[in-house]
Design a protein around this ligand. Structure first.
Ligand SMILES: [Zn+2]
Length: 106
C-alpha cells in the first residue's frame, strides 16, 4: 500500500482506495473483466430472450386455445410454460453465479 495525492483535492489517500476519503472523488472505477462483461450481457440477453419466448408462447396459445374444444391445448401449454419457467430459473441461477463470480472486487 502506498500513498497518492487525490487529483481533486490534493490530499493524501491510499492508492487502494476507490474513492478519496477527504472529498469523495472517484479514484478508481471498479471494472469488470472481459469474461465479466460477456456473462453480464449473456445474463441480460437470456432474460430478454426468455421473457420474449413466454410472451410469444402466450399469444400463440391464446390463439390455439380459442379454436381448441378438447382442452388439450391448455394442458399442453401448461406443461410447456412450466418447462420454460424452469429453464428460465435454471439459466438465471447458472448465469447469475457466473456474473457474481466475475464481479469486480471493490
Ligand atoms: Zn480528494
Amino acid at each position: 500500500m502506498s500513498i497518492i495525492n487525490c487529483p481533486e483535492c490534493g490530499k493524501e489517500v491510499s492508492n487502494k482506495a476507490l474513492v478519496c476519503t477527504h472529498c469523495g472523488y472517484e479514484l478508481k472505477k471498479p471494472t469488470r473483466g472481459f469474461f465479466g462483461q460477456i456473462f453480464k450481457w449473456l445474463f441480460i440477453l437470456f432474460n430478454i430472450f426468455m421473457a420474449f419466448s413466454i410472451y410469444k408462447g402466450m399469444s400463440d396459445v391464446s390463439e390455439v386455445v380459442a379454436t381448441d374444444t378438447t382442452g388439450g391445448a391448455i394442458v399442453g401449454a401448461g406443461i410447456g410454460f412450466s418447462m420454460l419457467l424452469g429453464l428460465w430459473a435454471m439459466g438465471d441461477i447458472i448465469l447469475g453465479a457466473f456474473v457474481l463470480f466475475t464481479k469486480p472486487k471493490a
